[in-house]
Design a protein around this ligand. Structure first.
Ligand code: GLN
Length: 486
């Protein structure tokens, strides 16, 4: 394995600036690594040589002139839900096969401006619905640490690419845990920002009141750098805030004197593996030894969160996915007698089982006569969850817990039982319902597989989540390693 594919941004930026390596060399090393391992990992759906060759040249020009920033020349992979002009973007779905967006999403455009080099598009669960990447309309991605296991989801390709050394950084989206959970089970860092921190312009929507774009990386600092480059006001997304972009404030100040809350309910979730619990207990001890005060907090409505999420997210998706009807984008079944038949056959052929299940559940929850009983009630539960977090944060600065109750599970072991798949999100989706920032970072192993520590902070306090995560990384010495693969 080439050492160039194991660097962090900070290390690579130093070498690039010293002209010890060029951006082209760095990118070539990653392309070679992809050639070597991606037939096993299958993190990528497609590659973008026309982009990475030009962007690497541009980066080298800049570096020669002594210009550019920390992301100049850094190899990036992008989840298949973020539009990139002229690059086939399909949300992991057959229904969008062949769709080439006429514009680039703000998050990606900002990373391009910062000098990142896009290697390709990563696999994901169809329309980001899932926790294992097995719902991809193309093929499953494999966990680089054990190829018989899932990489988590829905941003499984992005997490696996970084874990396998195929990309230095990548982008994912998190609606109920889809950045943090795959980061946890692939042993990398993944961050979901506060709702409204990063523009969603150009993101193929799943559930618009929950979706956020965020980074994967192999260090907390790298995740912070990528987030900082993407964050901030965008007139093209009305929900994107113009608050100061201060996510790296106090980054290295440590946790001395901070109060970290451990929610009782998050330690009691159904199916929590012994080894995961032990790794998290040890991580909390490490934070205490680093000077944090550990306090007990309560999130009493946790159990209802899962039920509320699985009404709200399908309801929003049923509305968002109505636009895929074969008229304007992607697949269009033509041998039909009338337009209604075209809609029906296009959607039946183009959408997979899980997407169809969610559209039906969501349509039902929103339909007249059921709206109050399901959707309205779920929104009320959402308010209660938000209040739980407000109460908890009156007693602590940040919340620490496991990210996923289990390590990566074997491919195929949960596909027959959607409920067992939904349980993967029990510790993450509260953060989406309440709009909070959250990060997952590696904190050891269970059964030889990575375990992730989750840090949740109050809205707009990415700085707090990053500071705690950084403090843990320093105190524990646990680093996101690149998996050998195969
Ligand atoms: N696993 C959750 C779901 O299937 C979360 C997905 C996500 O965050 N995009 O809805």
């Amino acid at each position: 394995m080439s050492e160039l594919t194991e660097l962090t941004i900070a290390e690579a930026a130093r070498l690039l600036r010293l002209h010890s390596i060029s951006a082209t060399e760095l990118v070539t090393a990653h392309v070679e690594r992809i050639d070597h391992v991606d037939h096993l990992v299958k993190a990528f759906l497609r590659f973008t040589p026309e982009l990475y060759e030009r962007q690497a040249d541009d980066a080298d020009e800049k570096l020669k002139r002594g210009e550019g920033g920390p992301l100049t020349g850094i190899p990036l992979a992008v989840k298949d839900v973020l539009c990139v002009k002229g690059v086939e973007t399909t949300a992991g779905s057959q229904i969008l096969r062949g769709f080439k967006p006429p514009y680039t999403s703000t998050a990606v455009a900002r990373l391009f401006e910062a000098g990142a080099v896009m290697l390709g598009v990563t696999n994901c669960d169809e329309f980001a619905m899932g926790s294992s990447t097995e719902n991809s309309g193309y093929f499953p991605t494999h966990n680089p640490w054990d190829l018989d296991r899932v990489p988590g989801g829905s941003s499984g390709g992005s997490a696996a690419a970084v874990a396998a050394g195929e990309a230095m950084i990548s982008l994912g989206t998190d609606t109920g845990g889809s950045i943090r959970q795959p980061a946890a089970v692939c042993g990398v860092v993944g961050m979901k920002p506060t709702y409204g921190r990063v523009s969603r312009y150009g993101l193929i929507a799943f559930a618009s009141s929950l979706d956020q774009i965020g980074p994967f990386a192999r260090s907390v600092e790298d995740a912070a750098l990528v987030l900082e480059a993407m964050a901030g006001h965008d007139p093209l997304d009305a929900t994107c805030s113009d608050r100061p972009n201060d996510v790296r404030r106090d980054f290295d100040k440590g946790v001395k004197g901070m109060r970290l809350g451990v929610p009782y309910e998050y330690t009691q979730v159904e199916g929590m593996e012994r080894g995961v619990k032990d790794a998290i207990d040890a991580a909390i001890k490490t934070l205490e030894q680093a000077g944090a005060e550990i306090v007990d907090v309560k999130l009493p409505h946790t159990d209802y969160g899962l039920a509320a999420y699985y009404i709200i997210a399908p309801a929003e998706c049923s509305s968002n996915l109505a636009r895929f009807d074969g008229v304007k984008y992607g697949l269009s079944v033509q041998d039909v007698d009338n337009i209604t038949e075209m809609y029906m056959r296009t959607r039946r052929q183009g959408f997979g089982t899980e997407v169809r299940r969610r559209i039906m559940l969501g349509t039902y929850a929103l339909s007249s006569g059921y709206y109050d009983a399901y959707y309205l009630k779920a929104q009320k539960v959402r308010t209660l969850i938000k209040r739980d977090f407000d109460d908890a944060f009156s007693k602590c600065d940040a919340i620490v817990s496991a990210t996923s109750p289990v390590v990566a599970f074997p491919i195929g072991s949960r596909t027959e039982d959607p409920l067992s798949m939904y349980l993967c999100d029990v510790l993450t989706l509260g953060g989406n319902l309440a709009g909070l920032p959250g990060i997952s970072l590696p904190c050891g192993t269970s059964q030889g597989l990575p375990v992730g520590l989750q840090v949740l902070a109050p809205q707009w306090r990415e700085d707090v989540a990053l500071r705690v995560a950084r403090a843990y990384e320093v105190a524990s010495g646990v680093k996101a390693e690149v998996a050998a693969v195969g």
